[in-house]
Design a protein. Structure first.
Length: 335
């Protein structure tokens, strides 16, 4: 392979050169002050939200608190994501302890189950057989998997956002299934923390609110949590090429990922996952460094002739929905 600078380099060494440049820029170094502030703010928001819930009592105004806590829950999930990638701590023990508190206890999602699932995704992004995020389920992301499917797949582009309202409940269901099947480490600890959330959450609602208010709070809170959480991941790979298994590490990660343009507000809202290409190339890179890595990665990809996909936030959703619509085209035509 000959680069635009005239230097000859094999495909296998392309990532090594990029890794050298990223290390030289100091972008893999930990950012303890950033995470101390971020985790502190999220913890205060969680405690403040539930304190406001208790003070407000049995009133329909608690639905406003439900909206606030949906945002907080998603931000906790994004912190748990960074913990799983050891962006916060260098070693596994403190990362796992903090992840169990954030995932199992705070938001009711098995940290071990999600970490295993997400590790498989990073190893083979957008792979039809090996990436659990694109495997056939309620939504189908490839025409081959769409064969013989029914109404949901035919109209899945229109149903995408409504279905996201169930994502939070789906993660809890899958977490319980994984624990019962013995698919996670520290099964006893994970089960105890997850059980405390599953019992404590509805108990708190029913102790403070009337049954009708409690049901409304649960629906609003969990539905918006699911939509927001789904919207942080949907722009990243959906509608991007599926690998054929011949790609080297750099190309497998870059070609299957999409960046989302935006300022610091987009970074905060999406937890840095809008810099998905950089995150997939360097999953242990602290999320606040991803923005600084972007010009280095983008310039290097141009140098070696690797397409680098980047679009606006709204357009990223359009592309994902367009892909879902195209996947169901054959089913609509063959009705």
């Amino acid at each position: 392979m000959t680069t635009t600078t005239g230097k000859t380099r094999t495909a296998g060494s392309d990532f090594a050169e990029l890794n050298r440049r990223i290390n030289a820029a100091g972008l893999l170094e930990r950012r303890p002050a950033h995470y101390a502030v971020r985790i502190g703010l999220v913890t205060l928001a969680l405690a403040g939200g539930w304190a406001a819930f208790l003070v407000a009592g049995a009133t329909w105004w608690t639905l406003v608190i439900a909206v606030f806590l949906a945002v907080v829950y998603t931000q906790i999930a994004l912190v748990a994501h960074d913990l799983a990638h050891r962006q916060v701590f260098r070693t596994n023990t403190p990362s796992a302890r903090a992840g169990l508190i954030a995932g199992n206890l705070a938001i009711g999602m098995s940290y071990g189950y999600w970490m295993d699932k997400h590790t498989k995704h990073h190893a083979n992004p957008n792979h039809d057989d090996l990436d659990p995020d694109v495997g056939p389920g309620v939504l189908v992301w490839s025409r081959e998997a769409a064969k013989n499917k029914g109404f949901l797949v035919r109209h899945q582009a229109w149903l995408f956002f409504p279905l996201l309202t169930l994502l939070g409940l789906s993660l809890r269901r899958d977490s319980v299934r994984a624990l019962l099947a013995g698919m996670v480490k520290r099964r006893g600890l994970e089960g105890a923390l997850l059980g405390a959330h599953i019992v404590g959450y509805p108990a708190a609602l029913l102790l403070v609110l009337t049954p009708g208010q409690a049901l409304a709070f649960l629906v609003v809170h969990q539905a918006l949590f699911g939509v927001y959480l789904g919207m942080t991941f949907a722009p990243n790979h959906k509608g991007m090429p599926h690998p054929d298994g011949t790609e080297d590490y750099l190309r497998k990660q870059v070609l299957t990922s999409r960046n989302v343009r935006g300022g610091r507000l987009v970074d905060a809202a999406l937890g840095g996952l809008n810099h998905q290409i950089e995150h997939h190339l360097f999953p242990a890179m602290p999320s606040p460094n991803l923005r600084r890595a972007r010009p280095i990665v983008q310039g290097y990809c141009a140098e070696i002739g690797v397409p680098y996909e980047e679009t606006g936030l709204i357009e990223s959703y359009r592309q994902a929905l367009r892909h879902l619509h195209d996947v169901g085209a054959d089913l609509r035509q063959n009705r």
